[in-house]
Design a protein around this ligand. Structure first.
Ligand code: TSJ
Length: 650
C-alpha cells in the first residue's frame, strides 16, 4: 500500500478550501439515525443513494467537464457510477490534512454544498452527499483517473481501509471518477434495486441536462440483462414532447425559452394538447418541486397575463368579457419550468416548495418578454390556444353553476348522502371503510355480506366516466362521480379537505376480468385527478376477489391466482373429486362466499394503491397513456407492464 504523494501541483479548488468545510458530525451519526440524512430506509431511500452519487457527476456536467455518466446495477445489487469528468481532486486538503477525495467520503457535509462558495447546482433529496452514501454502505470503492494516474481508496461502513493509493496509470487525457458501493442490509429494509425506478429518475435527469448522456445497465446474474441510454440534445423541450406522447398536441411546435435573469438561469418549455388536464412540472437545480413555489408562480403569472393581453388586443375576447383565468389557459397544457439558482430555499411541509423570491421575478419577466414575441410571430398557434381557453372558460362557468346548485341543495337538505349508499353505523372514519362495487347485483351481495358497523357499500352502475377525456362540466354532471364525492365527504380540487374523509379505507371491488380491471382503472384515474391525496396518504385499496374455488370432500379452498390454484391442487392431489369453479364475476358468489373471500378483514387480501412520489410526471404519464385516446402508446405500455395490468383491455 503506497501513500499518495502530495506533489503540490494539484489545485485544490475554492470549493474544497479549508474555510468551506464544515465538520458537523461523524459518520457514526448517519448510521445511528439514517432517516435524518436520507429521509427513509425503505426502497425509496435505497434508490436515493444512487441519485446522491449521480448528482455529483451531473454537477460536473453542468460545470462543463463531463458529458457521459454510466450507472451499473451489479451482481449482488451493488451500484457503480462512472463519469468522464475531471476526477475528484486528490491533493491534500489543508484543513483536514487529507486528500480532498477522502474528505468528500468521510466528512459529513463536505463538498461545498453548504458553504455557498462553489456553484453547486444539482442536489439529492437532502443535499448530504457522498459521505452519507459511504456511511450507509457495507463497502465503497472510489477510483479516480487524473493526470495519467489511477487512484483508489476503499471504505467499509464509512471507515477508511487504507490511504488513497495509486493503482495504475492511464493516458493523460483520460479523466473521470468511478464509485462502487454496496448498500448496507443492516440499514436498509430492502436491498434489491428496481431497474425501472432508476430508469425513470435517470431519464428525468437527462431531460433536465441537455446534451448529457446517461447510460443505465442491469448486469445482475439472475435478471434479464437490460440497458437504457438517455441523451436529449433538446433537453426539457424533448421532455415536453415525451410527456405529450400519449396525447394529441394542439399544435406542432413545442415552445422553448431560456435565459439568465438576476443570477437565475431559467428554462421553460410549453405545448398544449387537446385534453383537459394541466401538467406543469417545476424543477430547481434538477430537483422536482411537487409543491411548486416561486418559479411556478412566476410562470403562471406570465402566461395568464400574456395570453389575456393577446386575446384582448386581437379581439378574441371582448372588452366587456371577463379575463381568462389561469386555469382556462392551462387546460391541456404540458410545461416544464426548470430553474438553476445559487442558494435554493425550500419551504412547505415537505420542503419541496421553492421559496426564493428572485425566481418568481426571473421566470415571470423572461417568459413575459419571450412569450409575447413568440405569440406575435405565431398568430395561428396563439389563436388556437386562446380559442381553447375560451371554451374552457365556458365549461368552467357551467361547472361552477352546477356545483353551486349542489351546494345550495345540500345546504337546504342537510348533507344528504347518495341514495344508493348503504352507510355503516360507526361514524369514526378511522374504523370505517367503503366498498365501491361494480354493478347493482354485486352491490346487493356486498350489502348482505358486509359487516354493518364499519363497512359501507356504494354500488356503481356500469363503467364510470373516463375523466381523462371529459371536460369539467360533464364530470360534475355525472351521477356516479357525484355519488362518490358526497360519500367520501372530502370535496375535490381546491375544496378538498382530508380531515372530512368519512372512511379511512376506500376499497375498489370489481370483477377479476378485463372489464373489472378497466373499471378499476377508471376509478383510480378519477381519484388520481380529483383527490390525489387519498392515494398519496394510502387510503385507496383494491379488493382481490378469488379467481377459483376448489371443492373436495366437502372442503373448500379459494385461489387468487393460477399459481395458487396449482399449489392447492398439488396439496390435495389431482383427481376426479376435485370440483373447480372459475369465478367470472363477483355476481357468481353468494353473500357468504363474498364475505369470506373478499370482505372479511380477517381473511381478505387488499392491495394498497401507492404512487412513486419521486416521479409525479411519470405517474401522470401512466394515466394519460392508459386512459388517453392513443391506442399505440397504450398497447406498448401494457405490453411493457404486462405483469401489473395484464387484464386491461386495449
Ligand atoms: F461524490 C462522489 F464522490 F461520490 C462522486 C463525485 C461520485 C462520482 C461518480 C463522481 C464524482 C465527481 C466529482 N465527478 N466529477 C467530480 N468533479 C470534482 O469533484 C471536481 C474536479 C475538479 C475540480 C477542479 O476545480 O479542478 C473541482 C471539482 C469539484
Amino acid at each position: 500500500m503506497s501513500n499518495v504523494e502530495n506533489t503540490g501541483t494539484e489545485t485544490v479548488t475554492n470549493e474544497y478550501g479549508a474555510d468551506q468545510i464544515q465538520i458537523l458530525e461523524g459518520l457514526e451519526a448517519v448510521r445511528k439515525r439514517p432517516g435524518m440524512y436520507i429521509g427513509t430506509t425503505s426502497l425509496r431511500g435505497l434508490h436515493h443513494l444512487v441519485y446522491e452519487i449521480v448528482d455529483n457527476s451531473v454537477d460536473e456536467a453542468l460545470a462543463g467537464y463531463c458529458d457521459t455518466i454510466k450507472v451499473y446495477i451489479n451482481p449482488g445489487n451493488s451500484i457503480t457510477v462512472v463519469d468522464n469528468g475531471r476526477g475528484i481532486p486528490v491533493g491534500i486538503n489543508h484543513k483536514a490534512g487529507l486528500p480532498a477525495v477522502e474528505v468528500v467520503f468521510t466528512v459529513l457535509h463536505a463538498g461545498g454544498k453548504f458553504g455557498g462558495g462553489g456553484y453547486k447546482v444539482s442536489g439529492g433529496l437532502h443535499g448530504v452527499g457522498a459521505s452519507v452514501v459511504n456511511a450507509l454502505s457495507t463497502w465503497l470503492e472510489v477510483e479516480i483517473s487524473k493526470d495519467g494516474q489511477v487512484y483508489n481508496q476503499r471504505y467499509e461502513r464509512g471507515k477508511v481501509c487504507y490511504p488513497l493509493k495509486v493503482v495504475g496509470t492511464c493516458p493523460k487525457d483520460v479523466t473521470g471518477t468511478k464509485v462502487t458501493f454496496q448498500p448496507d442490509p443492516e440499514i436498509f429494509e430492502e436491498t434489491i434495486y428496481d431497474f425501472d425506478t432508476l430508469k425513470k429518475r435517470l431519464r428525468e435527469m437527462a431531460f433536465l441536462t441537455k446534451g448529457l448522456r446517461i447510460e443505465l445497465y442491469d448486469i445482475r446474474e439472475d435478471d434479464k440483462k437490460k440497458e437504457e441510454v438517455f441523451h436529449y440534445e433538446g433537453g426539457i423541450k424533448e421532455y415536453v414532447q415525451y410527456l405529450n406522447s400519449s396525447e394529441t398536441p394542439l399544435y406542432e411546435d413545442i415552445m422553448y425559452f431560456e435565459g439568465n435573469k438576476n443570477d437565475v438561469y431559467v428554462e421553460v418549455s410549453v405545448q398544449h394538447n387537446d385534453g383537459y388536464n394541466d401538467k406543469v412540472y417545476g424543477f430547481v437545480n434538477n430537483i422536482n418541486t411537487p409543491e411548486g413555489g416561486t418559479h411556478i408562480e412566476g410562470f403562471k403569472r406570465a402566461i395568464t397575463k400574456v395570453f389575456n393581453d393577446y386575446a384582448r388586443t386581437n379581439k378574441i375576447i371582448k372588452d366587456t368579457d371577463p379575463n381568462l383565468s389561469g386555469d382556462d389557459i392551462r387546460e391541456g397544457l404540458t410545461a416544464i419550468v426548470s430553474v438553476k439558482i445559487g442558494n435554493p430555499q425550500f419551504e412547505g411541509q415537505t420542503k419541496q416548495k421553492l421559496g426564493n423570491s428572485e425566481a418568481r421575478g426571473a421566470v415571470e419577466s423572461l417568459l413575459t418578454e419571450k412569450l409575447t414575441i413568440y405569440l406575435e410571430q405565431n398568430p395561428t398557434i396563439a389563436k388556437t390556444i386562446c380559442d381553447k381557453s375560451v371554451l374552457a372558460q365556458r365549461a368552467r362557468d357551467a361547472a361552477r353553476k352546477a356545483r353551486d346548485l349542489t351546494r345550495r341543495k345540500t345546504a337546504l337538505e342537510g348533507s344528504s348522502l347518495p341514495g344508493k349508499l348503504a352507510d355503516c353505523s360507526d361514524k369514526t372514519p378511522e374504523n370505517c371503510e367503503i366498498y365501491i362495487v361494480e354493478g347493482d347485483s354485486a352491490g346487493g351481495s356486498a350489502k348482505s355480506a358486509r359487516s354493518r358497523a364499519t363497512q359501507a357499500i356504494l354500488p356503481l352502475r356500469g363503467k364510470i366516466l373516463n375523466v381523462e377525456k371529459a371536460r369539467i362540466d360533464k364530470i360534475y354532471a355525472n351521477a356516479e362521480i357525484k355519488a362518490m364525492i358526497t360519500a367520501f365527504g372530502t370535496g375535490i380540487h381546491e375544496d378538498f379537505d382530508i380531515s372530512k374523509l368519512r372512511y379511512h379505507k376506500i376499497i375498489i371491488m370489481t370483477d377479476a376480468d378485463v372489464d373489472g380491471a378497466h373499471i378499476a382503472t377508471l376509478m383510480l384515474t378519477f381519484l388520481y385527478r380529483f383527490m390525489p391525496e387519498l392515494i398519496k396518504q394510502g387510503h385507496v385499496y383494491l379488493a382481490q376477489p378469488p379467481l377459483y374455488k376448489l371443492e373436495k370432500n366437502k372442503k373448500t379452498w379459494y385461489a387468487y391466482s393460477d399459481e395458487e390454484l396449482a399449489s392447492i391442487i398439488n396439496e390435495v392431489g389431482r383427481d376426479q373429486n376435485n370440483k373447480i369453479q372459475r369465478y367470472k364475476g363477483l355476481g357468481e358468489m353468494d353473500a357468504e362466499q363474498l364475505w369470506e373471500t373478499t370482505m372479511d378483514p380477517e381473511r381478505r387480501v387488499l392491495l394498497r394503491v401507492c404512487m412513486d412520489e419521486d416521479n409525479e410526471s411519470e405517474v401522470n404519464l401512466t394515466f394519460t397513456t392508459l386512459m388517453g385516446d392513443k391506442v399505440e402508446p397504450r398497447r406498448e405500455f401494457i405490453q411493457a407492464n404486462a405483469k401489473f395490468v395484464s387484464n386491461l383491455d386495449i
